[in-house]
Design a protein around this ligand. Structure first.
Ligand SMILES: [Zn+2]
Length: 155
């Protein structure tokens, strides 16, 4: 677990999350001619991650307690107990990217999205987690080589 030592800086964390966003979104929207990436707003405080459809802004919050995760990420470690090995910030990034995908790419929910919503809605009581969000999950799970149910358990 060799790291450069010391706590990761704001700039290192920002760069990592920006690169991850850019890598995944350029794959997801490769065939979309008029795709405008969201503006990534990374705050170093205890706030709530979210995607604003109106502003096309994806907000991520790095609390003091989550900073040390980046030492592990930069050292090549995976989060224990998670199939995909993602730490909180990585899970939140993909969760919010699925909201972006939901609003930009999913028109009507698919049968699979409707079924996933019925099965998992209790875990996600906040607004926005409707059958179209679960449709986005159903459409993108294979990108991470997992099933939709497996991806949901990481979010
Ligand atoms: Zn959400």
């Amino acid at each position: 677990m060799a790291t450069t030592g010391g706590e990761p800086t704001d700039a290192q964390i920002r760069d990592f999350l920006t690169q991850e966003y850019s890598r995944i979104s350029s794959d997801w929207y490769a065939d979309v001619g008029d795709y405008t990436p969201a503006l990534l707003e990374i705050k170093f405080e205890d706030c709530a991650a979210g995607y604003s459809q109106n502003r096309n802004v994806l907000q991520l919050c790095i609390s003091e307690g989550n900073r040390e995760d980046f030492e592990c990420i930069f050292g090549g470690q995976k989060a224990l107990g998670y199939r995909l090995g993602w730490y909180v910030s990585q899970r939140e990034l993909v969760h919010e990217m699925l909201h972006e995908y939901q609003y930009k790419m999913v028109g009507a929910p698919t049968d699979e999205g409707i079924a996933l919503f019925a099965k998992h809605k209790r875990r996600f009581p906040d607004p926005g987690h409707d059958a179209t969000w679960f449709t986005a999950i159903a459409l993108r799970a294979s990108y991470f080589d997992v099933t939709a149910d497996q991806l949901i358990s990481e979010l």
